[in-house]
Design a protein around this ligand. Structure first.
Ligand code: XIL
Length: 435
């Protein structure tokens, strides 16, 4: 287990109160306090304006299919100041993440893997992987073990995967991935406990609110207890908001109401008090109604002392909407405001689509390199941003092709050739500790 995870685990929730008071004393109250007490009424998703669509098709993914097959192919520092708990470069508490005045420690020069370089920055770097590829492709396994220090299951821990019927449990594929990550002592992030997609068919209406609560608790107890001391962090609730900031019309929202998110976090904390707990969503890295809604939620949860440690910003970026919609500076602003609440921020599902970007393949891949560089640079320069997870790492296996059309969104080509995107990530990491 890396120093980063230990540091993150010791993240102090009580600190959040200090930040809340600061917010109330500043102009931030105008927005935060208002949104806090004025959570939008339930609005049917079909009738709400879709801000993403109105901005030219910026969309995370389609919103149908609570029960689509789950088996489809496939912390900040205690003092909140810096990355670098794992290296001498930043252990002095310097807040710039650029290393001390004498330059980077010698073990940080000439590094050629993501994990070694990220360790010098003091940031976790990981990827989502899938059991299918692990079983069929030795090169996939070798590249993953060589480059990454953190692992997330792409599909294998989703509720529909682990509990296909109310009385049957299936942890084989999830175990395979946990055992693989443990070969390198990786940080493991569990994905995901409460999400409206890839649910089992039996989690559906008619079902009472109490039935749903009992089912959530049973799933958390079975899954989190199974991996207690092995899975370090969990995405507790995923994608609770529409693009216009209203609550998404899910079974959880319908049956349990606005309080379901707080309930889920309490339940998860009772089930595994040692796990770090995150809220996760897409397009909350941008400016707008949705990120404001996620921020208002975070203010609300922290003020109520709900056990939340951080927020995952997915960053499924469409290169064609950069930088107007996907703006690195808006990303920085969002990291900071969540950080001021005492929460960590992690990039949780990073990929960059380029099929709609005009130009030659070379130009598309150059823009992709730049986007990876810009967003990783923001994360490593912001103390609250403590981890980066890519949603896969080779274009050979990416959810993007099936969801948005054929593309090349990741760091390695289909034949595992390093892409300009990988250079962009490495350069951003190195720049953070090289003078
Ligand atoms: C995706 C997987 O990558 C696909 O294999 C699956 O078919 C659908 O789900 N946001 C999330 C992830 O939180 O769980 C989704 O993963 C991608 C979008």
């Amino acid at each position: 287990m890396s120093g980063v995870s230990d540091r993150a685990k010791s993240h102090n929730r009580v600190d959040a109160w200090r930040h809340i008071i600061a917010i109330i004393l500043t102009a931030g109250c105008a927005s935060a306090c208002f949104r806090f007490s004025d959570e939008p009424e339930w609005v049917d998703s079909d009738t709400t304006m879709n801000a993403a669509t109105s901005r030219g098709g910026v969309d995370g993914h389609s919103d149908s299919g609570e029960h689509e097959s789950a088996s489809t192919s496939e912390g900040s520092t205690d003092d909140g100041t810096t990355h670098g708990a794992t290296t001498e470069a930043t252990e002095d508490g310097d807040s710039s993440s650029t290393g001390d005045a004498s330059g980077p420690p010698t073990e940080c020069s000439d590094l050629d893997t993501l994990i070694a370089t990220a360790d010098c920055v003091g940031i976790r770097i990981g990827a989502a992987i899938n059991a299918f590829a692990v079983e069929e492709d030795p090169r996939y396994v070798e590249t993953f073990l060589r480059e990454f220090g953190s692992m997330t299951h792409e599909n294998e821990l989703k509720w529909g995967s682990v509990q296909p019927t109310s009385d049957s449990w299936n942890y084989g594929p999830a175990d395979t991935l946990v055992e693989l990550a443990e070969q390198r002592g990786m940080f493991i992030k569990g994905h995901v406990l409460v999400w409206h997609r890839q649910l089992p068919d039996w989690v559906s209406e008619p079902m009472t609110a109490d039935d749903l609560r009992a089912a959530m608790r049973a799933n958390m107890e079975m899954t989190m207890h199974r991996y207690a001391d092995r899975i370090d962090a969990w995405d507790v609730v995923n994608e609770a908001f529409e693009e216009d900031g209203t609550r998404r019309n899910t079974i959880f929202q319908r049956l349990l109401g606005d309080g379901y998110i707080a309930e889920a976090f309490r339940m998860a904390h009772e089930t595994d008090p040692d796990a770090l707990l995150y809220y996760n969503d897409f397009n909350i890295e941008t400016a707008g109604w949705k990120s404001d809604a996620a921020y208002a939620l975070a203010v609300d949860l922290v003020a109520a002392a709900i056990p939340i440690d951080g927020v995952g910003m997915q960053l499924h970026i469409d290169g064609d909407s950069y930088p107007d919609y996907y703006s690195p500076e808006d990303f920085r602003t969002n990291i900071r405001r969540f950080g001021e609440l005492g929460l960590t921020v992690n990039i949780s599902e990073f990929d960059v689509r380029v099929r709609d970007v005009p130009g030659t393949l070379e130009q598309k891949l150059e823009l992709q390199r730049q986007i990876y560089f810009e967003f990783v640079s923001v994360c490593v320069s912001e103390p609250a941003c403590d981890a980066i997870t890519f949603w896969g790492f080779t274009d050979k296996y990416s959810w993007v092709d099936n969801t948005f059309g054929e593309d090349d969104p990741l760091l390695y080509s289909e034949t595992y050739a390093p892409k300009p995107a990988l250079d962009g990530v490495m350069e951003a990491l190195r720049t953070s500790f090289q003078p």
